[in-house]
Design a protein around this ligand. Structure first.
Ligand SMILES: [Zn+2]
Length: 312
């Protein structure tokens, strides 16, 4: 959990000085190392995923603290200072937002496709192939997605388990085959999936499971070469009225807070979940446009999930 920062070599405590090399030795500095900070109270810290691998990318910028032996600071303050200093470094780097839309093609998909073009932002569609068989309009919506270079189309299973998710995941072979059928029918090229109704992440060395009964399906997808992604922040709108469950300003601030969080899974990367059927009304569509404008003002970069996580 804290392994990333454990590995930081040459890190000592005190007021912050940044250096661009990586060849200090702890003994040369004769000071307390980051290992010793975390090992001291590892029993209490072990369960807290505070600082981990993702923060490794700052290792190139060696962080050196001067020790003030007359005023020793306690371990929590030391840890907070380190986190604050890492966050300050991340705040100088670009920040990446992943707009993801689930369950298309549905009424609302056409609007998402147009908004992506008008606003010129990348978006991610996790599609359910069976929905394209529900009429020519839905097939056309899917084709629009596939043809739009600003839309990345990914796998959300063929049937969505007919919304009976407990029985869907109870047979992981069938569930896996359902994803493979979607891959074939929609002719998906990127091996990126999201499980219906489950916030599960399996990619690189990460494995985060919210509901264990769906884990065997996710593991089979991963073994097949897929990266499985959940979400960090979600927004819901009533498809028929366009009324959001939480106001635009609130969800916007949730994204900003998550982006600036000192303990986030992947610093400076936020995956945002919405659903295609939220954008059936002009009101809903305007909210999406306004949200994108607000994110643009923050200078966030709009990204495809296949590039997640973007590191430095
Ligand atoms: Zn879904």
């Amino acid at each position: 959990m804290l392994r990333g920062l454990y590995k930081l070599t040459g890190v000592v405590l005190g007021s912050l000085v940044l250096q661009s090399c990586n060849n200090f030795s702890n003994s040369a500095l004769g000071s307390q190392t980051i290992d010793s900070i975390f090992n001291k109270d590892k029993h209490t810290l072990a369960s807290r995923p505070v600082l981990h691998d993702k923060w490794d990318s700052l290792r190139k910028n060696l962080i050196v603290f001067k020790v003030d032996s007359l005023n020793p600071v306690d371990i929590k303050i030391q840890r907070k200072r380190l986190k604050d200093s890492l966050r300050r470094e991340f705040d100088k780097k670009p920040k990446h937002i992943y707009l993801t839309f689930d369950d298309g093609p549905l009424v609302g998909s056409k609007a998402i496709d147009s908004i992506a073009r008008v606003k010129n932002v990348k978006v991610n569609a996790f599609v359910v192939g069976r929905h394209a068989t529900m009429g020519k309009t839905r097939q056309r919506d899917l084709n629009r997605y596939v043809e739009n270079p600003l839309v990345a189309v990914y796998n959300h299973s063929y049937t969505h388990g007919f919304n009976r998710l407990t029985s869907f995941y109870a047979n992981s072979d069938n569930a896996f085959e359902d994803f493979k059928k979607n891959e074939e029918q929609v002719q998906l090229s990127a091996k990126i999936a999201r499980l219906p109704g489950r916030n599960i992440w399996i990619y690189d060395k990460e494995r985060k499971i919210d509901i264990p009964s769906a884990a065997p399906t996710a593991d089979k997808l991963f073994a097949d070469g897929y990266k499985v992604f959940g979400w960090d922040v979600e927004w819901r709108l009533d498809g028929y009225t366009g009324n959001p469950n939480i106001p635009l300003e609130t969800v916007f601030h949730r994204i900003v807070n998550f982006m600036n969080n000192k303990s986030s899974r992947e610093p400076n990367n936020v995956v945002f979940l919405m659903h295609d059927n939220m954008f059936q009304t002009k009101k809903g569509q305007k909210l999406l446009g306004d949200l994108i404008d607000s994110l643009k003002k923050m200078d966030y970069k709009f990204e495809f999930m296949e590039d997640y996580p973007i590191k430095y």
